[in-house]
Design a protein around this ligand. Structure first.
Ligand SMILES: Cc1cc2nc3c(=O)[nH]c(=O)nc-3n(C[C@H](O)[C@H](O)[C@H](O)COP(=O)(O)OP(=O)(O)OC[C@H]3O[C@@H](n4cnc5c(N)ncnc54)[C@H](O)[C@@H]3O)c2cc1C
Length: 501
């Protein structure tokens, strides 16, 4: 079970290539899969390779879940200075030898490790309203202490409480702490449980190097690798109710999310990949019999918070460098109170590199999400209210202006015609059947919660999705893929056991 990180390709990748799909497993039933994100597609791919029939039900009108980019075919792309796909969800790959890293190597997709040559971009920091280069921050004793906590201390920490309690960071370092060990894991540092996050970090086996795809959106990797699975997806179809009370059959109530009509279908086994905020809401997906206490208890220890991605562009970018526009290009700016993570996705992908990708998770994202109201309506083209958008952009630019002497507001890209700021806002909190950013451990949680969430019920209902990864990689694409493979292996093991009995 599980996949060993390392340079040797996991068996399932090679087993799933077009010319090596066996050994097949005899099975007359149909396995239903809830969700066509990374996890659901990985489950389907594995089962198809074993000759098992699958049906994937996807509530939304697209595949990929939390993987979604602005592509050249999208109208907004023409307005952007970016000459690369702009990711609105997952944008970086963690670990060159991680599950997803290995898949990218296998498919030979061009990549850039933006903190290494030739780009050699570096991180910058906001500390007390001042701007620090990596070297300047490294010279501070409190920064060194926080870095040591992040890199080694947290993994061995056993004292309980939140990451913020555990870090014991100086007041000056609270912003960077929140960027590194709060926002980066889907929330804020005072909400994330220190023990479980430390436990997870200690389990990670890949090299933790961060990189991006240069020429392709991340979804290309999914559509290319999982081409066979895509044919089995029914879009705009939510699984609303799961009745597994009778032997050998799982009855599903399906909701057509466009027509708002219901229908029923029967499968013989079901793999559920719904994110935790969906699993917690029985009006979205209900189970009969109800989920066992072990799962509801596990879910009560796993959080999933609001998450917003905002894309901004500038007409110049040298003011982000230190000193006075001559330092290395920025990869990230960490430490902001309004925005804990400013990322430059053009590094190594664009000569212009004028795009800034802001990710806000946790309470601040919830505040913005509440202000923004419902998602813009794709059918009517109704955008977010202009006043609210302006208030949010103003707050972000004000934070940048403090450290850049007003140059952020001065150089923000605006529409020529009306002088409005060109921006893209993706509020994951509002995406139906996703409802947030990524799962994270609440205070008091442990890795056992993930194990319990992943546990199959009656060899009929199986669970995958990033939140069910118990190898330390929850909240990532690799974690989602590994969970999918694990659940698919459990399905095959159950079928083989039934075939033998
Ligand atoms: C802003 C943001 C930035 C991120 N950055 C990174 C990053 O840089 N690197 C990284 O590795 N990871 C990142 N992640 C996390 C990564 O995107 C996720 O961990 C991963 O994509 C989750 O895949 P999944 O298949 O588990 O879930 P999802 O992608 O959420 O897929 C679940 C699917 O199931 C569908 N669904 C749910 N319930 C039902 C139902 N009842 N019926 C039918 N369909 C249903 C949903 O519509 C969805 O399509 C980021 C996430 C966000 C939000």
């Amino acid at each position: 079970m599980g996949v060993t990180a390392g340079l040797v390709l996991p068996a399932w990748l090679t087993a799933c290539s077009d010319d090596a799909s066996g050994p097949e497993v005899k099975y007359d039933g149909v396995v239903g899969i809830v969700g066509a994100g990374a996890a659901g597609l990985a489950v389907a791919d594995y089962l198809i390779s074993k000759g098992i029939r699958v049906k994937i039900f996807e509530a939304s009108g697209r595949i990929g879940g939390r993987i979604k980019a602005i592509k050249p075919s999208d109208p907004i792309f023409n307005e952007l200075a970016a000459d690369f796909h702009v990711e609105l969800g997952a944008d970086r790959i963690f670990g060159t030898n991680s599950e997803f890293g290995n898949l990218i190597k296998l498919l030979k997709v061009p990549t850039v490790k933006f903190r290494e040559e030739p780009t050699s971009a570096q991180d910058y920091y906001i500390i007390n309203g001042e701007y620090f280069s990596q070297a300047e921050a490294e010279a501070r004793v409190d920064f060194q202490a926080l870095k040591a906590f992040k890199e080694t201390g947290l993994a061995t920490y056993t004292g309980g409480g939140s990451v913020q309690n555990a870090a014991g960071a100086s007041t000056d370092m609270q912003g960077i702490l929140n960027s590194w060990l709060g926002n980066a894991y889907g929330s804020s540092s005072d909400r994330i449980g220190a023990n479980a996050l430390g436990e997870a970090l200690a389990m990670i086996e890949h090299d933790k190097k961060e990189f991006m795809l240069v020429t392709n959106p991340i979804s290309d990797v999914l559509t290319s690798k999982y081409a066979k699975a895509l044919k089995r997806v029914t879009l705009n179809t939510a699984v609303k109710a799961v009745n597994y009370s009778d032997a050998g059959i799982v009855r599903l109530t399906l909701l057509d999310t466009v027509a708002n009509t219901e229908s029923t279908v029967e499968v013989t086994k079901l793999v559920v990949t719904s994110p935790v905020n969906v699993l917690k809401d029985s009006s979205l997906i209900s189970f009969s019999p109800a989920l066992p206490a072990s799962k509801t208890n596990a879910l009560s220890h796993i959080g999933m918070d609001a998450s917003i991605r905002i894309i901004l562009e500038f007409t110049r970018n040298n003011f982000f460098k230190k000193p006075d526009g001559t330092g290395p290009a920025p990869a990230f700016i960490y430490g902001g109170e309004v925005c804990p993570s400013y990322f430059f996705p053009g590094v190594g992908r664009s000569d212009k590199n004028l795009t800034v990708s802001v990710t806000i998770n946790g309470p601040k994202a919830q505040e913005y999400s509440d202000l923004l109201g419902p998602e813009p309506d794709a059918t009517t083209g109704e955008p977010y209210p202009e006043l609210v958008v302006n208030a949010i952009l103003d707050e972000i630019l004000s934070e940048m202006d403090v450290v850049f002497d007003g140059k952020a507001s001065l150089n923000i890209r605006k529409r020529f015609e009306d002088g409005t700021i060109i921006s893209v806002i993706k509020d994951w909190t509002k995406v139906p059947y996703i409802l947030g950013g990524q799962s994270y451990p609440l205070v008091g949680g442990t890795n056992e919660d993930r194990v319990a969430l992943a546990e199959p019920i009656d060899n009929k209902i199986f669970f995958a999705g990033e939140a069910t990864d118990f190898t330390g990689e929850f909240g990532t694409i690799s974690g989602a893929l590994k969970s999918g493979e694990r659940a698919a292996e459990e399905v095959v093991a159950a079928i083989l056991a039934e075939n033998e009995s």
